[in-house]
Design a protein around this ligand. Structure first.
Ligand SMILES: Nc1ncnc2c1ncn2[C@@H]1O[C@H](COP(=O)(O)OP(=O)(O)OP(=O)(O)O)[C@@H](O)[C@H]1O
Length: 335
């Protein structure tokens, strides 16, 4: 299939946005075959990158093997290296999460085999607005309402989302103009999936009252981002307070002057707790909301008695707040 690159300027233009991080020459795209990742693949190709398309066939549809063969042909006709792998279909419960983990395992293996360190995913603005809306409804704070990050590190693999500022409709319009086809995933219509209900039910209802849902939630996202940056700065000031900052005795305990802890705003304190936990238990370990509330109440009681959280324990002694590992340390989110 030939691509009519009449709209090439718009393909590559998406990547010229100020928010898109610097990308290396050699790069991979997670290519589901859907509109968004097809548009991203072609945008990176058009911008002159040496692109590999990585496709994971989850075996969810009868036609998936055939679709995979078609994707291989398409990639070949565009001069794009194609790698695919089929995963065993997971059972229905928690299917999405299991599939995502399996997919990322494959991505990591390809990254190591091929020596490609950066992978791009095609989440776009509508996905981001839906994510922020879902996080708000789940009661997330500033951190959660920042939505998906442009960039993150997955066990050494740099994962970038260059299209977070582009509305999905624009991606599809440019693909149509360029004569490019894509596969429509029928599960996007499945209303038992919460995200689909948000997109197909809630957003149109919000729009009926004259409010554009994507603009609304992206405004929340920007506000949350600004707030999260301020809270991080506040936590930095508390934790790096010169000689009276956080004292990390790795694996044994983390200590902070009580005064510094009790004087800060509750929202900053939650950040401080998160950083202390990460220092003690490892990157990515974060307190759940339930624990944050418990810690706040304990602080208001002047830290009387110790406080057990999953995986660690808080104590107030000798003018300091001490965070110690509990006997059984559990990794991941402590909810
Ligand atoms: N089976 C897959 N193989 C490779 N990459 C994938 C696969 N599924 C999703 N991805 C990547 O993860 C991103 C987010 O996945 P998600 O399922 O939310 O996207 P999507 O709405 O299906 O996007 P697209 O229109 O590109 O299919 C995709 O845009 C794509 O970059």
């Amino acid at each position: 299939m030939k691509v009519k690159f009449g709209s090439a300027a718009r393909f590559a233009g998406w990547l010229n946005h100020a928010a898109v991080p610097e990308l290396p020459h050699e790069i991979a795209v997670g290519w589901s075959g859907g509109a968004d990742s097809t548009a991203l693949l072609l945008a990176l190709k058009e911008a002159g990158h040496a692109v590999s398309a990585w496709h994971v066939d989850h075996g969810w549809r009868e036609s998936s093997r055939q679709e995979c063969e078609m994707l291989a042909e398409r990639a070949n006709s565009w001069g794009i290296a194609f790698y695919s792998s089929r995963l065993d279909a997971a059972d229905e419960s928690n299917r999405e999460a299991v599939a995502r983990r399996g997919r990322f395992d494959r991505f990591l293996s390809w990254s190591r085999e091929l020596g490609i360190s950066t992978l791009c995913l095609a989440h776009q603005l509508d996905d981001q607005a839906e994510t922020v809306c879902m996080r708000l409804l789940q009661g997330a704070g500033a951190g959660g309402c920042r939505g998906m990050r442009r960039e993150r590190n997955y066990y050494g693999l740099r994962v970038v989302r260059p299209l977070l500022h582009v509305p999905g409709i624009e991606l599809r319009t440019v693909l149509r103009e360029a004569g490019v086809e894509w596969f429509e995933d029928p599960s996007n219509e499945d209303l038992s999936i919460w995200r689909n209900r948000i997109r197909q039910r809630l957003f149109p209802q919000i729009a009926e009252s004259g409010i554009k849902p994507d603009q609304l939630f992206m405004r929340w996202q920007r506000q949350a981002e600004r707030l999260a940056i301020q809270l991080d700065k506040g936590a930095d000031a508390v934790l790096n307070g010169g000689s009276s900052g956080m004292d990390v005795r790795r694996g044994r305990e983390v200590i902070l002057p009580w005064r510094q802890w009790s004087d800060c705003l509750p929202a900053v304190r939650a950040r401080v707790l998160q950083r202390m936990m990460s220092s003690l238990l490892g990157e990515g370990v974060t307190p759940g909301r339930r624990h944050i509330v418990m810690v706040e109440q304990w602080t208001l009681r002047d830290g009387r008695g110790g406080l057990d959280l999953s995986g660690c324990r808080l104590q107030r002694r000798q003018g300091g707040l001490h965070l110690l590992p509990a006997t059984s340390v559990c990794a991941g989110n402590l909810r």
